[in-house]
Design a binder for this molecule. Structure first.
Ligand SMILES: C[S@@+](CC[C@H](N)C(=O)[O-])C[C@H]1O[C@@H](n2cnc3c(N)ncnc32)[C@H](O)[C@@H]1O
Ligand code: FES
Length: 450
């Protein structure tokens, strides 16, 4: 039984550079083209597209197998996809010129490849070579650092519609030889293309990294570049148990930080509003509201809602800009203050703590929860959104790494587990405490004030 008319397997096995493989011959582009073309032809309900690992036929890639008939294609290019979709998947006529029918030859090639591969692995193991996945993890900072430096120097904007290394170096006030090396690395990483001496942005770089583009995320990503500097202090932070002092331009740091928060919160705010609803919600306190993304989403979803954002004095002017741009200033009030000491007020239906608790120690969070309980009306809800650790605190990976991000970036912050949040809420006088998983890496813990 086949739930789909056709099931396509496209080999996307990554191999070390210089080793022949389907991705090195363009299988990922072929997969994208197949996805686009089947959607465009209205065949996506009949065709299941799946990636698969190496089939031992790497020199003949990209290799695709189409079931149930077991038709094998080799050397497929993106330009062949329209024909495969219309002739084979729509009309049921496989494309002869791309088919590979030599079953005994294919089998022999695949078996030989498997034997060679296993022998090479055994030899490496015997010689004590570090496995690729460890090597990759250890050197993982290099690509990241290239992109962050390019963003810091605003290289992608300087590339514009195309320029050579000298022109780009002059535009970013940096050494031409070194800029050339960085540009070449960005080409190798797939973030630029090069033709002759000229570099061009890829579609993604032009969209996300160039100033003036509608979806430009450079400011928000510069927050990650700031975090980089903190992460280089990890060894000392682990020794001492808290963050190390580092020099930074506070104004620029805050600007990038809030842009980074806005980047993260933009989509999540809609998910959160949907998950919580706003029935019975009239007054919201948004603790550490940052860019105001969550209050803005509530204000837009419900004209009767009034929000109050409490954030640090240096952040509130930036929040005001985001709120004003969103056109909801009449519904969102801003208050400069310190949530650890300043009065919260009273009579709220909802108190939001989005990406807040990880900045603080357990004791500080317990105290905030206690004061939040007092500030809520009966049946009002306290909502925590954060990266929640598993009970053993060894996963998910994102939450575990984020905990270290807080070690290097705060006095006593960390990621916490669901049971920690639940205990703090219950001890503070909340009941019906529940976890709501949103799409993506963070979840909600919601408690109702007794
Ligand atoms: C990680 S950001 C989260 C921003 C926002 N809630 C979001 O999810 O997009 C933390 C926010 O808390 C603010 N903040 C940090 N310490 C604070 C304090 N003691 N009192 C008030 N706000 C604080 C920061 O300025 C920042 O806007
Ligand atoms: S990498 Fe595709 S068959 Fe080996």
């Amino acid at each position: 039984m086949e739930p789909f008319r056709f099931h396509l397997f496209v080999c996307t096995q990554q191999k070390p550079e210089g080793v022949s493989s389907c991705p090195a011959s363009g299988s990922v582009e072929v997969l994208d083209a197949l996805d686009r073309e089947t959607q465009a032809s209205g065949l996506n309900q009949d065709v299941q597209l799946t990636t698969c690992g190496c089939m031992g036929l790497c020199d003949e890639g990209p290799v695709i197998v189409v079931y149930p008939a077991g038709v094998w294609y080799r050397h497929v290019k993106s330009a062949d996809v329209a024909e495969i979709v219309s002739a084979h998947l729509r009309d049921g006529r496989p494309v002869d010129r791309l088919m590979w029918n030599d079953a005994p030859g294919m089998k022999a090639m695949s078996i030989e490849h498997g034997e060679k591969f296993r022998a090479a692995m055994a030899a490496r193991d015997k010689a004590g070579v570090l496995p690729d996945h460890l090597e990759g993890m250890i050197r993982g900072f290099m690509p990241s650092r290239c992109i962050l430096t390019a963003l810091e120097l605003d290289i992608f904007t300087a590339v514009g519609d195309g320029a050579n290394a000298e022109q780009i170096g002059t535009r970013v006030h940096a050494n031409g030889r070194a800029v050339g090396m960085l540009l070449n690395a960005l080409v190798a990483l797939g973030l630029l293309s090069k033709s002759g001496d000229d570099y061009k942005n890829t579609r993604e770089s032009a969209r996300f990294f160039v100033q003036g583009s509608k979806d430009n995320q450079r400011n928000g990503l510069l927050h990650t570049a700031n975090i980089w500097h903190r992460w280089s202090t990890l060894t000392d932070a682990v020794r001492s148990g808290t963050r190390m002092p580092i020099d930074r331009d506070t104004t620029e740091w805050t600007h990038n930080f809030i842009a980074g928060m806005q980047r993260n919160a933009k989509d999540r705010a809609l998910l959160l509003v949907k998950a919580l609803g706003f029935t019975g919600v009239r007054r919201i306190l948004d603790l550490g509201g940052g860019s105001g993304a969550y209050s803005i989403a509530f204000a837009k979803a419900c004209p009767d809602v009034q929000c109050e954002i409490l954030d640090l004095a240096e952040v509130v002017p930036l929040t005001a800009e985001y709120v004003s741009q969103a056109g909801v200033s009449a519904q969102v009030r801003l208050r400069a203050g310190d949530m650890l000491v300043d009065d919260f007020g009273s009579g709220y239906d909802l108190i939001l703590m989005n990406a807040i608790c990880h900045m603080f120690s357990k004791e500080q969070n317990r105290e905030i929860f206690r004061r939040a309980r007092q500030a809520l009306s009966p049946n009002g809800r306290l909502v925590v959104q954060d990266f929640i650790l598993s009970p053993e605190k060894t996963g998910p990976q994102h939450a575990v790494l984020f905990s270290l991000n807080m070690l290097v970036g705060t006095d006593a912050g960390a990621s916490y587990s669901e049971s920690e949040y639940t205990d703090w809420m219950k001890d503070a006088g909340f009941h019906e405490v529940q976890r709501i998983n949103l799409r993506g890496p963070s979840s909600l813990i919601v408690g109702v004030a007794k």
